[in-house]
Structures are given as structure tokens and as C-alpha cells.
Design a protein around this ligand. Structure first.
Ligand code: 2P0
Length: 324
């Protein structure tokens, strides 16, 4: 038996990933830029055990068959590298709601790959773990690293150059992420399915793909220059563009709910009054307000009293996936 436990954090994309160029290898159609959180975390233990005749998965203390296929497929990639066939017992827990647009698949697959790598004594470099995590879930490639992270689109058809890389460490430009939780139930249309529907039916898809490189350049230079206003503008643009694109699919995907829209207006009103804050929203109704740490109090009070906001979560920026 060999086992290891790893911790990884969700990340929030500022320049969004939405769409795949190869669904089998899970290659994105666009690059992306994200920030890795600290207080929200997934902890995953992987125990390879020759007595097991199949992989098992426990998610937040309950046996989970629905996610087992994707987890097993990801473990197969690591088993192939180690030259073993041993099955594993995987136990994973999140300290935040699973499957509700809080990037649990990102932290989940980053933690899984990092724990399995250690349990099999592979000692793979972070870039390789990022490639393996990407095959589990595109956004997971970014959670291998901390701080500000860029996911490269890559050119190779086998995905060998499609991995994430750090842009800036968390302490080099501290930020607070305040999550206004609107719903804790899992979304009806998952990201994987939503992206494929958008790719095949949204009339705006080609324009989205064509515009991404300029958005990435703008966000990267805003991060390098620590230019908050510029990062705010490009991040909200990318978020709204992603939601418009998905809403134009057939049938249209509407992830925003009433309280999410109210929160968007409040964030913009705060920014207009001089507060350093902007919003981003993923494939779910939660709004994430990114602010300079000194404005976290104002942001919390503006979001907490919205009807329909059921919880406020707060996080700074954190480290990449690591063995504990
Ligand atoms: C992102 N999202 O960049 C975008 C924005 C959601 C909205 O990456 O199919 O769970 O597993 O590669 O990584 C969520 O998509 O999708 C996501 P798969 P994933 O964060």
C-alpha cells in the first residue's frame, strides 16, 4: 500500500476558459488567466492498495459513483506513467459547496494528481502535473500553481504544450475575493456540457475565440503593472462576454440569477465611488468580488444584505497544490 494526501485551492478565472478544441484530450479553445484562492480548499487522500479490484471514491464522506469515472480515468494516466495497475481508494473533501460554480473540479483534480503523484513516488514536475490535471478538468491545470496563473492554449495536437504557468506569486499583489453565495445546489448544466453546447450552437463562439488573445495580453500586462483599474475592466469584459456567449447557445445557458445581477450592480456602484473592486461570475450564480484587501469590509457589507445572498465566503490568494 502507498498513500499520500494533498491540498489544492479553487481558482477564479479573470480571463475565462470557455470552449474546447479537442474534447477527448480536454484541450481548451482559448487560454485563460486566473487567481488561486487560499481559505477555500480541497483535501484529497489517495491510497493505492493491491487488495482493491476497483477504484473507489468518497466525496465529503459519501461514496460517489457519478464522479468515479473521471477520477479513475485521471488515475489511469498516473498509473501508466508509474507502470502499475494498482487500484486506489480516493477520499476527498471540500470546505465549500461542491458543483455550484466554485471551481470544485479545479481544486479536486489538482489535489488528486498531486496526491497520486506522491503516492506513486513519481515526483513529476508541476508543469507535467498541470497537463495531467487538465485532462481531468481544464481549470484544474491552473490550481497546480498559486497566485496569478496563466493557462497556455498550446499548439501541439497531443496537448504536450497545454499547461498552466505562474505569472505572479500571491504576496506580490494581495487581493481579497469575496464570494456572494446565491445557491448551494449543483448547477443543472455542468461546464463540460455547457462548453460543448456553446461551441456547437452559439453564433458568437468564433468571435469569442478570436478575441481571447488580445484579452489575455491586456490582463497579463495589467498584472505585471499592478494596474487594478485595467485588470477590473478586462476581467468584467471577459466575464460578461462569456455569459453572453453561453446565453446565445441553443438552448441558452443562463447561469445568473436575480441576486447575482443585483450584486453586479452593487459592485459597479462601489467601484464608481472609488472602491477598488470588480466582479466575476463562473458557470453558476455565485458572484465573486475581487478587491484590494483594504476594501474588503465595504464589499462584504454591500453584498451581505442583498436578498437571496445566503452566505458570504472570503479568501485571499494562496499557494498551488501541495502534499501535506
Ligand atoms: C474558468 N470555467 O475559466 C471557466 C469559467 C467556468 C466558467 O473552467 O470541462 O470544470 O472539466 O474542462 O474546468 C469550468 O470548467 O471544465 C471553468 P472541464 P471546467 O474557470
Amino acid at each position: 500500500m502507498s498513500s499520500a494526501t494533498a491540498i489544492a485551492h479553487p481558482n477564479i478565472a479573470l480571463v475565462k476558459y470557455w470552449g474546447k478544441r479537442d474534447a477527448a484530450l480536454n484541450l481548451p479553445a482559448v487560454g485563460s488567466i486566473s487567481i488561486t484562492l487560499d481559505t477555500l480548499a480541497t483535501t484529497t487522500s489517495v491510497q493505492f492498495d493491491s487488495d482493491l479490484d476497483r477504484d473507489t471514491l468518497s466525496l465529503d464522506g459519501q461514496s460517489s459513483e457519478t464522479s468515479l469515472g473521471r477520477v479513475s480515468a485521471c488515475l489511469d494516466l498516473l498509473r501508466a506513467r508509474a507502470g502499475v495497475d494498482t487500484r486506489a481508494a480516493v477520499s476527498t473533501s471540500n470546505n465549500f459547496p461542491t458543483g455550484a460554480g466554485l471551481a470544485s473540479s479545479a481544486s479536486g483534480f489538482a489535489a488528486l494528481v498531486t496526491a497520486a503523484d506522491a503516492a506513486l513516488s513519481l515526483d513529476l514536475p508541476p508543469q507535467t502535473r498541470s497537463i495531467l490535471a487538465r485532462q481531468g478538468s481544464g481549470s484544474a491545470a491552473r490550481s497546480i500553481f498559486g497566485g496569478y496563473v496563466e493557462m497556455h492554449l498550446g499548439k501541439a495536437s497531443d496537448g504536450s504544450d497545454c499547461f498552466a504557468e505562474p505569472l505572479l506569486d500571491a504576496p506580490d499583489w494581495p487581493m481579497t475575493v469575496t464570494v456572494a453565495v446565491v445557491s448551494k445546489t449543483s448547477k443543472k448544466v455542468g461546464s463540460t456540457e455547457g462548453m460543448e453546447l456553446t461551441r456547437h450552437t452559439s453564433p458568437y463562439y468564433d468571435a469569442w475565440v478570436a478575441g481571447q488573445s488580445a484579452d489575455l495580453d491586456e490582463a497579463r500586462s495589467a498584472i505585471e503593472a499592478r494596474d487594478f483599474d485595467k485588470l477590473a475592466e478586462i476581467s468584467e469584459h471577459s466575464c460578461l462576454k462569456m455569459h453572453a456567449l453561453a446565453a446565445a447557445a441553443r438552448p441558452g445557458l443562463v447561469y445568473l440569477q436575480g441576486p447575482t445581477l443585483e450584486a453586479m450592480h452593487r459592485v459597479r456602484a462601489l467601484r464608481a465611488s472609488g472602491c477598488g473592486v470588480f466582479f466575476t461570475i463562473d458557470a453558476g450564480p455565485q458572484l465573486k468580488a475581487i478587491s484590494l484587501p483594504e476594501h474588503r469590509g465595504q464589499v462584504t457589507s454591500a453584498l451581505a444584505d442583498i436578498d437571496g445572498v445566503v452566505e458570504i465566503l472570503q479568501s485571499g490568494l494562496g499557494e498551488g497544490a501541495r502534499v501535506v
